[in-house]
Design a protein around this ligand. Structure first.
Ligand code: PMP
Ligand code: GLN
Length: 412
């Protein structure tokens, strides 16, 4: 099973290439085989068609003014040269204190915390630092789009296990069968983009037992850790018995403080496990902008009420969007966390139309951007599901619903 070439924006390769007559060798074939990410491609389409963008996951909310001011002031008054490679002490201490406050984890900020340029870099560093060609990695699909390409680029084999919609249940036998003596690590994303699933204690216990049986690591992408709804509870896999020494926890300021462009991420991991990952970081970016680190440290120190208050407004937005969609015969799957709901578009698919063609048509005909779920599968994806982002102001959600309403009225 090889990588699929799924997405091509309409943009061609820069024409400048054509100006050079000498032949050049091909770039890396694995990465060359992937198109532009679906998020970038669909946001470009949104701009082109002046569409309401419920595609790429970024909030309308501009983030807290106090944190934005702290970041701005630090550029003027602070130190703008390279900060320490592992991250500024104040932020590493804040990450360790946050791990203790919310999850009871005892973390040594000096040896067990690494600051990165977003969770994206954190994931890359973990893969570079832990994996070798020939290893295997267990992924749960639908899987965030950066995992598999990077894993493949390292000569590592992804073993994908598909959660079963509509409830995204975990097929335990298949998961157990995906592990082998070559399994180096499992990637767990909970709360899960795009499924909106928050793994339960029971599921996590099962996953932890497999990871331990196979003496593997668990790279836990927990960027939506505070974006959970209702009675759902986020439990880091790292807190389960036997997992402290083999789990790595990744967080992102982008999601926790509604500043997705800041790209400040943090990894918590046992010192010995973190050491090679730190080497990856030092050769990939080395550091992350100091003013943003400073502001994120202040953010992580905010009262509990800030973090506990993140879910309720998002859940209201989810419900506003979901009830509008349901009335348009676009039923929404359950969602306990993240910025995203998945909807079933079967009723509106043309014969032979897949989710990608549907989303492209919707931009042109309705002026609304959604994300085809096949972006999150390596092969044989479901073709009737699409993702909608609801971390938006009421006016944005209402505008999207209004446009879909007019579109449905024409097509019913
Ligand atoms: N993991 C998941 C599941 C995501 O949705 C995202 C996008 N925010 C990332 C990682 C990347 O986070 P960052 O923007 O901090 O690099
Ligand atoms: N995490 C964001 C999403 O899932 C996208 C980030 C990106 O554009 N690479 O929509």
């Amino acid at each position: 099973m090889g990588p699929r070439v799924v997405y091509r924006t309409r943009h061609r390769q820069p024409r400048a290439c054509a100006r050079y007559s000498a032949a050049v060798k091909a770039g890396n074939p694995t990465l060359s085989s992937y198109g532009t990410t679906i998020f970038e491609a669909m946001s470009a389409l949104a701009r082109e068609h002046a569409a309401v963008n419920l595609g790429q996951g970024f909030p309308d909310d501009r983030g807290r003014l106090d944190l934005r001011k702290a970041a701005a002031d630090y550029v003027i008054d602070g130190h703008n040269q390279y900060p320490p490679m592992m991250g500024m002490p104040g932020l590493r201490q804040a990450v360790a204190a946050h791990d203790k406050r919310f999850y009871g984890l005892d973390v040594d900020w000096q040896t067990e915390v690494l600051i990165t340029s977003g969770a994206t870099e954190a994931l890359l560093d973990c893969f570079l630092g832990l994996l070798e060609a020939g290893d295997e990695v267990v992924l749960l699909e639908p899987a965030y789009d950066t995992y598999a390409p990077v894993i493949r680029r390292l000569g590592v084999v992804p073993r994908a296990v598909r959660l079963v919609p509509p409830t995204w249940s975990l097929p335990r036998d298949e998961l157990a069968a995906a592990f082998s003596p070559k399994t180096k690590l499992l990637v767990l994303n909970s709360p899960m983009n795009p499924a909106g699933k928050v793994f339960t204690h029971d599921e996590l216990t099962f996953i932890a037992s497999l990871v331990q049986q196979h003496d593997a690591f668990a790279v836990c992408d927990e960027v939506y850790e505070h974006l959970i709804f209702g009675t759902a509870r986020h439990i880091p896999l790292m807190t389960l018995p036997g997992m402290r020494e083999r789990a790595l926890r990744i967080g992102s300021a982008g999601k926790t403080f509604s500043v997705t462009g800041w790209k400040v991420g943090y990894i918590t991991a046992p010192a010995a496990v973190l050491r090679p990952i730190t080497k990856a970081h030092q050769f990939v970016t080395f550091t992350t902008p100091p003013n943003l680190q400073h502001a994120v440290a202040l953010g992580l120190g905010l009262d509990d009420s800030y973090f506990h208050g993140l879910g309720a407004p998002l859940a209201r937005s989810r419900d506003r969007l979901a009830s509008g969609l349901a009335s348009l015969e676009l039923p929404v799957l359950p969602c306990d966390g993240t910025y995203f709901v998945v909807l079933d578009v079967s009723r509106w698919l043309r014969p032979d139309e897949d989710d990608i063609a549907f989303c492209r048509r919707l931009v042109v005909e309705a002026g609304v951007v959604l994300i085809p779920m096949s972006a999150f599968y390596e092969a044989g994806p479901p073709r009737h599901l699409v993702r909608a982002c609801f971390c938006k102001e009421d006016a944005t959600i209402d505008a999207a619903l209004q446009r879909l309403h007019s579109w449905v009225a024409k097509h019913r």
